[in-house]
Design a protein around this ligand. Structure first.
Ligand SMILES: [Zn+2]
Length: 380
């Protein structure tokens, strides 16, 4: 299971779970997330004129990226767009619940589908909204990374392929639940994931990838008297084209998936750059950190833990890579359980996904880095 996840990248995590698609049996399409699942995003203020749209439950196998809403004098700026047309429609309603102003721009933090595939619903609601990304992210969206998605209008053949990948995820969940040795916590988690997959199927009908209309290399200012926004490429980290948003007046920083809580995502990352990038962001001393997933934070304690985790993983891997140990052997020898406990405690469900979404892919990345091998972005 490790390799396929690392290879696919994090664009559609359910799809990354997909085993070769087996016969599609009875679909779970009738099931619906419960309030306890904490799946549907809600909107809360984080500063005057700034809101966060986030999932109440911060970890899901297939999460929806956070969206930040910033009110400027002549319209709203969104950071990210949600992970599906359905999530995008709900984001439109949430945005309208706090401001009557139109959305004038959406800045995409990185190319992964859980942050960009809702944009189609946002431009339906506000057709003149600009879609902004770094030039590197723009290239991923137009290129191989997102070649599985229709551009411009829905595509029946591509949609059928996408749906088939979800069949594979459904099979994976069903097979896993058939195992007798799951803890109650894990069983609850997988059962919730079945409900959420059914919702995700509904949300991902008529998938269309909206492409950027404006790009930048290092930084772009969206000026405003009260809430200017500085979009920046702070360096590589979670991807090679990461974008962050900085509100100098409010000292709010939206990080995209450079910061994700409670489980950071380590797919196809750039370990040394990531450490450097996060330290530079800390040096800005944000008053509010808004991660790509998870709740807003009022200090950098969590970010510091991520920096430490990246550093310790690199330090553990580098000598093993130099000794010529195989990567599979290295994964067995490196013990990050102490660090992991700082993030997820003894929660069996989160422990399982910490290993799948962070430890294994990040060790892959640290290994490649130590060997001087290229780190390439995956496919969605
Ligand atoms: Zn994400």
């Amino acid at each position: 299971m490790n390799r396929p996840i690392a290879r696919f990248g994090a664009a559609v995590l359910f799809a990354a779970l997909a085993l070769p698609a087996l016969a599609h049996e009875a679909s779970a399409a009738s099931s619906t997330p419960t309030p306890q699942d904490g799946y549907f995003q809600t909107i809360t203020p984080v500063a005057e004129g700034v809101w966060l749209i986030a999932q109440p439950q911060p970890f899901h196998i297939q999460p929806i990226g956070n969206v930040v809403v910033i009110e400027q004098s002549d319209g709203l700026v969104l950071i990210d767009a949600g992970g599906s047309p359905g999530a995008g429609r709900r984001i439109v309603e949430l945005v309208r619940s706090v401001s009557a102003k139109p959305v004038k721009a959406v800045a995409i933090t990185h190319w992964h589908g859980d942050h960009v595939l809702g944009a189609t619903s946002i431009v339906q609601a506000w057709p003149t909204a600009e879609i902004i990304a770094t030039d590197v992210t723009d290239a991923h969206l137009r290129g191989r990374s997102m070649k599985a998605y229709a551009k411009g209008s829905p595509d029946a053949a591509l949609q059928a392929q996408f749906d088939k990948r979800l069949d594979g995820a459904e099979t994976f969940l069903r097979d896993t639940l058939a195992k007798p040795d799951l803890s109650t916590r894990e069983r609850d988690g997988f059962e919730a994931s079945q409900r959420l997959l059914a919702q995700y199927r509904r949300d991902t009908r008529d998938l269309v990838l909206v492409l950027p209309t404006r790009t930048f290399v290092d930084s772009l200012k969206l000026d405003d008297a009260r809430r200017p926004v500085e979009l920046r490429h702070p360096g590589r980290g979670n991807t090679d084209g990461d974008l962050i948003a900085w509100l100098p007046r409010q000292r709010v920083m939206a990080t995209g998936d450079l910061v994700v809580a409670p489980i950071p995502f380590g797919f196809n990352a750039y370990p040394a750059d990531w450490e450097r990038t996060l330290r530079a962001m800390q040096a800005q001393h944000p008053a509010v950190w808004i991660p790509g997933h998870g709740a807003a934070m009022r200090d950098d304690a969590y970010v510091g833990r991520v920096v430490d985790l990246i550093g310790r993983t690199r330090d553990a891997i580098a000598p093993l890579a130099a000794q010529g140990v195989t990567i599979d052997e290295a994964k067995k020898r490196v013990n990050l359980s102490g660090d992991r406990a700082h993030f997820v405690g003894d929660d069996a469900w989160l422990t399982r996904w910490f290993d799948r979404y962070w430890t294994q892919p990040f060790i892959d990345a640290a290994w490649r880095e130590a060997k001087g091998e290229p780190i390439e972005q995956g496919e969605g």
